[in-house]
Design a protein around this ligand. Structure first.
Ligand SMILES: C[S@@+](CC[C@H](N)C(=O)[O-])C[C@H]1O[C@@H](n2cnc3c(N)ncnc32)[C@H](O)[C@@H]1O
Length: 443
């Protein structure tokens, strides 16, 4: 990984300060790659602009040259933000307060998708106060499932001034995993634009300093670049003021699907004093814990004849699956039964390409009676992810499959969230704000 990718970013500052800031940076040997700063919509409605910073030593220059402004919050440093992110002006929206109501704690969900973190934290009494998602197929699904979220679900996080994000107790984010995924053969990590997006999390943490955070990614991040990527990530989160712990958990203890994911938890260092009873301990899944439902067969819907034929593979599709699976190895080495879901056990990992790349990644439901196997329905996929049946799906079936495969498993989030909330209640109860909200807490 090249060192300098960590120093890509933008400085957001009032337009009136642009010349002064540029001169200060120029004096320190930094030349902006493009002369024209982009206008940046800012909740204060004062004209703001961004300057791109791509020189290896730029971060230091920014910090030295503009330190007092950064400290005072007049300037904001957006690590990882690129000028391309700002080219299309976002639809400006004034920050709207989230719906009022009793809550045990508040959280934000960056890279929200369809809201898997919110779905997992809601049973604990969580209230989402800010979310951000750019995929226009996911946004309406989030709206449908979290009434009132029109007021707090924003688009591109790079376009959001961190200080406009409401105070919150837990920051959550399942940041784009493709750059680190084993399923992505061209894994480019931080050199991939989506890898850069990680720095948005750091930017928000640095500015908002919530008591804790919970992040999710693929386990491939552990070994990516021989562990360097994770080291960089951990280092950045620690520098933002957090004690960082991580673990790979398999969702199979919670849902009948094998799904290993890396969970990174951070607790603010001034609150989490190691050795004291205030330190957070990463929860351990109780030995022998069984998922609910216990088997993948239990998630199957009873389908009408029409629906069953809709999901049944055509002869051509099934032939493609067999050919791709066995290629030159043959039935003995690659029995086709392996492509059928173990109804008495658990499903293999769902991917967002469940339907699209069915030849490669997909498991099918055996139907018997001489029929070809069938695809899982989108609802069955959602059940395998642990979403309950009240969760509304995208209208377009292809979108619903993609959403299920890229979401986080809510029951895993409830499990981790419970430990975090207990920590919060033990440790942060003296904090102003948290104390005040205690009166409103749910039983
Ligand atoms: C791994 S998915 C997260 C899924 C989510 N945890 C869920 O339960 O549905 C990552 C999400 O980040 C979104 N994303 C990528 N870049 C973004 C950006 N700059 N601002 C906001 N969202 C972004 C993608 O559209 C994608 O939905």
């Amino acid at each position: 990984m090249s060192e300098w990718t960590h120093d890509i970013g933008c400085l957001i500052l009032p337009s009136s300060s642009i010349q002064k800031a540029k001169q200060s940076l120029l004096r320190r040997g930094w030349v902006p790659p493009k002369g024209v700063p982009y206008l940046y919509p800012h909740p204060s409605r004062t004209a703001h602009a961004v300057i791109a910073v791509t020189h290896p030593e730029a971060l230091d220059a920014v910090r030295i040259g503009s330190w007092s402004c950064l400290e005072a919050g007049t300037y904001e440093w957006c690590q990882g933000m690129r000028l391309e992110d700002t080219v299309r002006p976002p639809k400006h929206r004034a920050a709207t307060p989230s719906p009022q109501g009793p809550s045990r704690f508040t959280h934000v969900e960056l890279f929200a998708g369809i809201g898997g973190f919110s779905a997992g934290l809601a049973p604990l009494g969580g209230r989402c106060v800010f979310a951000s998602e750019i995929d226009q197929t996911k946004v309406p699904v989030f709206y449908k499932n979290f009434p009132g979220s029109e007021g707090f679900l924003w688009g591109n996080i790079s376009h959001v001034y961190a200080s406009s994000i409401p105070d919150h107790d837990i920051l959550t984010a399942g940041f784009p995993c493709e750059p680190f995924s084993h399923a992505n053969f061209t894994r480019q990590g931080f050199d991939d634009n989506r890898g850069q997006i990680f720095w948005q999390i750091v930017r928000v943490l640095e500015m908002k300093q919530p008591p804790c955070f919970l992040l999710e990614n693929v386990p491939g991040l552990l070994t990516f670049e021989d562990g360097t990527a994770l080291k960089v990530i951990k280092g950045a989160l620690e520098r933002a003021g957090y004690h960082v712990q991580y673990q790979v958990l398999n969702a199979v203890h919670f849902v009948p699907q094998k799904r290993k994911r890396l969970y990174i938890i951070g607790t603010r260092r001034d609150l989490d004093r190691a050795g004291a009873n205030s330190s957070f301990v990463f929860p351990v899944v109780p030995e022998g814990q069984k998922s609910v439902p216990r088997t993948s067969g239990e998630v199957l819907e009873v389908l009408s004849e029409d629906k069953a034929s809709h999901y049944t593979l055509s002869d051509t599709q099934w032939k493609h699956v067999v050919e791709t699976w066995q290629s030159d190895k043959g039935e003995a080495a690659r029995p086709i039964g392996k492509k059928l879901m173990r109804l008495e056990g658990w499903a293999s990992t769902l991917t967002k390409n469940y339907k699209r790349s069915y030849r490669m990644y997909t498991e099918f439901v055996h139907q018997g009676g001489g029929r070809n196997p069938r695809f899982l329905t989108p609802r069955e996929c959602m059940r395998l992810m642990g979403f309950d049946d009240t969760f509304a799906l995208a209208e377009a079936e292809g979108d619903a499959y993609a959403h299920a495969g890229s979401a986080v498993c809510p029951p895993v989030i409830t499990f981790l969230g419970k430990a975090l909330v207990e920590w919060l209640e033990n440790v942060v109860s003296h904090e102003k704000g948290f104390e005040e909200r205690k009166g409103e807490m749910l039983p």
